[in-house]
Write a protein that binds this ligand. Structure first.
Ligand SMILES: [Zn+2]
Length: 217
C-alpha cells in the first residue's frame, strides 16, 4: 500500500504498553482501544516512532519509593511537582512491553524514556526537570520532519506533554483524540486540552488524517 504521509510527517506512538492497559499496573481506562486505531493510522505513515516508558525499579515517580505516600498523591521533588504513581513499566518486566497487538513493523525508532532514576519523563522530548533532553527533537529535525502527530497513552500526561514539547521544538503538532485515552486525575484532561489549544496543537480525529485533503500534496 502506498503510504499517504511521507518524510515530513511523523506518527509518534506514545507508551502503548501493557501496564497502561486495563488490568495493568497503571491502567488507563479503555487504553486498549487505541491499538486498532493506531495500527490503522500507522499503515499510512512512512515514518513512525514508538516510545516506551522505561523505569528502574526504584524510580522517583513511584509511590513505593517514598515512605508514607499513596499512589496518585502529589509531592514536590527537586524539579517541582510530581504525581506519585503505582510502580509501572519497570525495565525488562512484562508490564513494560509494548502491547502484543500493536502492529507497526516499519517503525524506525523506539525511544525509551524515564530511565533516569531521579527524574520522570512524561514527554518524549524533554524530561520532567524540563532540562534533560531525550534527543528526539534533534533526530526528527535531522530526518526533515516538520509535522508530528501524537497518539497513545495517556492523553493528559505523556501525549499532551510530548505534543507541547514538539511545538516548542519547532514542529507543527497534533493530537489524534480517538487514538488516545486519558487518565483524567482532578480535571487533568480538560486542563491538557486547554494548554494544547493555547500552544497551537491541533486536535484531530483519525478520520481527519485518512481524508485526502489533509495529507501533503
Ligand atoms: Zn512512568
Amino acid at each position: 500500500m502506498e503510504r499517504r504521509y511521507g518524510g515530513q510527517d511523523c506518527l509518534l506512538v506514545i507508551d502503548v504498553q501493557n501496564d497502561f492497559m486495563p488490568g495493568g499496573a497503571l491502567a488507563v481506562p479503555h487504553g486498549d482501544e487505541v491499538v486498532p486505531v493506531i495500527n490503522r493510522l500507522a499503515a499510512h505513515f512512512d515514518h513512525v516512532v514508538l516510545t516506551q516508558d522505561w523505569h528502574p525499579d526504584d524510580h522517583v515517580s513511584f509511590s513505593a519509593s517514598h515512605a508514607g505516600t499513596e499512589p496518585f498523591q502529589t509531592t514536590t521533588l527537586h524539579y517541582g511537582e510530581q504525581v506519585l504513581w503505582p510502580s509501572h513499566c519497570v525495565q525488562g518486566e512484562p508490564g513494560a512491553a509494548l502491547h502484543a497487538q500493536l502492529e507497526v513493523p516499519h517503525a524506525r525508532l523506539l525511544l525509551r524514556k524515564g530511565h533516569h532514576r531521579a527524574v520522570d519523563s512524561y514527554s518524549a522530548f524533554v524530561e520532567a526537570d524540563r532540562k534533560t533532553r531525550t534527543g528526539l527533537a534533534g533526530y526528527l529535525h535531522e530526518q526533515g520532519v516538520r509535522r508530528v502527530f501524537c497518539v497513545g497513552l495517556a492523553t493528559d500526561y505523556c501525549v499532551a506533554w510530548s505534543a507541547l514539547d514538539a511545538r516548542a521544538a519547532g514542529f507543527e503538532a497534533a493530537v489524534i483524540e480517538d487514538a488516545c485515552r486519558a487518565i483524567d486525575l482532578q480535571g487533568s484532561l480538560q486542563a491538557a486540552w486547554e494548554r494544547l489549544a493555547a500552544a497551537g496543537v491541533q486536535r484531530l480525529q483519525s478520520a481527519d488524517l485518512l481524508r485526502a485533503d489533509l495529507a501533503p500534496a
